[in-house]
Design a protein around this ligand. Structure first.
Ligand code: FES
Ligand SMILES: [Fe+2]
Length: 433
């Protein structure tokens, strides 16, 4: 449970909000490279942290991320002409390059120097592994670009999706750190009744998976140099101990629990504004090309051109009450549909003064504390508490372990030393940092 004031501090992300300013100190995924498939193609409007922006790929292939509102009289540049190294407003023809310089201002006299005073807000971008990232903070505090594990894999090993989730980012992260919900909400996600006595489906889910067969018996959280490692001890298929881990990487990245034989998963939950989130889902295979169609079927999301779901709150996520009686508790099709439904139906910003947290919520309590402690420290010192660029993030992903029950989990699945926090360090930092 949080107070109203803490809930506001946690959830507000606009340019003036403390959390919004802290998030702007990190590199943020903005859109998939495939959304800007060619030079001089159509621009794409995208809202990030409460700011309305436009991305475009110029003639040279560079990606610009600029204010959507033209600095003349604020017409949307998403409708502009993208040609010859710049984006031209359709209203009076002002033209801007990817850095926001006004390169043509044809509505003023030829000898006017007005153009030199005009600047369009533009953010630096980096394109890596099929994703365009941007830095929305002050130029002088821009950190080096981080490399996550999946970015080191060939593109054909990745399935990348960006989806509009209609609720605040914090409740989306909370859902992702919630080990226990899988055994209920995701026990089945298929679109046909399952056979009596068989809690399985056609899409590759193993019904005996330690996450699905029973809720975990114990959970722990460990502060780390990237944020928090969440650990759950469950029962594996053969009755042995399953040690599962979720990495919560500050401020809004996660690696959900996976075993080595499974495809991996990475999430980013980027606030679109206070009331909605861009939920990034990167499925990756460490072995070879990934089956993109199977991943889409498993997730169950059908999107419109604005990346909103066709199964949504207006149509009850197409909940099938008949299906609910056959083992699919939610009556909804697709794992992601189920996740979106439970987070969105809380309301756009859940009122955390009304909740009753239990032992199943240990990772969520830890994550809220990290975010709130971090933003308070940031307000005090002006420095973001987690320096991701100082960490070898390219070595980190979720790796579950199966072992005998006599093995202490801390020994069977330790935090690698390069990510381990100093003893007593509240925010997981090293004394030398
Ligand atoms: S509003 Fe864009 S050029 Fe006038
Ligand atoms: Fe889920």
């Amino acid at each position: 449970m949080l107070s109203h004031e803490e809930n506001r501090l946690l959830t507000q992300v606009g340019p003036e909000a403390p959390m919004g300013q802290l998030f702007r100190r990190y590199w943020i995924p903005v859109l998939a490279s495939a959304e800007l498939p060619e030079p001089d193609g159509a621009p794409v409007a995208v809202r990030i942290l409460g700011e309305d922006l436009v991305a475009f790929r110029d003639t040279a292939g560079r990606v610009g991320l600029v204010d959507e509102a033209c600095p003349h009289r604020c017409t949307s540049l998403a409708y502009g002409l993208n040609a010859e190294h710049g984006l031209r407003c359709i209203y009076h023809g002002w033209k801007f390059d990817v850095e926001g310089r006004c390169v043509d201002l044809p509505s003023e006299p030829k000898d006017s120097r007005f153009r030199e005073k005009i600047r369009l807000k533009a953010y630096p971008t980096v394109e890596a592994a099929g994703v365009v990232w941007a830095y929305l903070g002050p130029e002088e505090t821009k950190p080096p670009f981080p490399t996550f594990w999946w970015m080191t894999l060939p593109l054909e090993n990745l399935a990348i999706a960006r989806v509009w989730q209609e609720c605040n980012y914090a409740q989306v992260i909370e859902n992702d750190l919630d080990f226990v919900h899988a055994a209920f909400l995701h026990r089945s996600y298929q679109d046909r009744p399952i056979a009596p006595g068989l809690l399985s489906d056609d899409l590759g889910v193993n019904p005996s998976h330690p996450l699905l067969r029973n809720p975990p018996v114990k959970q722990f959280v460990q502060p780390t140099r990237y944020g928090q490692r969440c650990v759950a001890i469950g029962e594996a298929e053969a009755g042995e101990q399953a040690i599962m881990e979720i990495h919560y990487i500050f401020p809004f990245f996660t690696y959900p629990p996976r075993f080595p034989e499974e495809d991996g998963m990475w999430h980013a939950f980027v606030p679109r504004d206070d009331f909605s989130t861009w939920s990034w889902d990167v499925q990756f295979s460490n072995r070879g090309p990934i089956d993109v169609a199977a991943q889409h079927a498993r997730r169950g999301l059908i999107l419109d051109s604005s990346l909103k779901k066709l199964r949504n709150r207006d149509n009850h996520y197409q909940q099938d009450r008949q299906l609910m009686r056959t083992g699919n508790l939610s009556g909804m099709r697709g794992i992601a549909t189920q996740d979106h439904a439970v987070t969105e139906t809380m309301g756009p910003i859940v009122d955390r003064t009304r909740e009753h947290l239990g032992t199943s919520d240990i990772p969520i309590i830890g994550m809220r504390k990290i975010l709130l402690d971090s933003v308070r420290e940031f307000l005090r010192t002006g420095t973001p508490p987690y320096a991701l660029h100082q960490l070898p993030l390219e070595r980190l992903y979720s790796r579950g372990v199966r072992t005998g029950w006599d093995q202490p989990w801390q020994q069977a699945s330790p935090v690698p030393p390069e990510f381990a926090a100093d003893e007593g360090s509240r925010l997981g930092r090293r004394a030398s940092q």
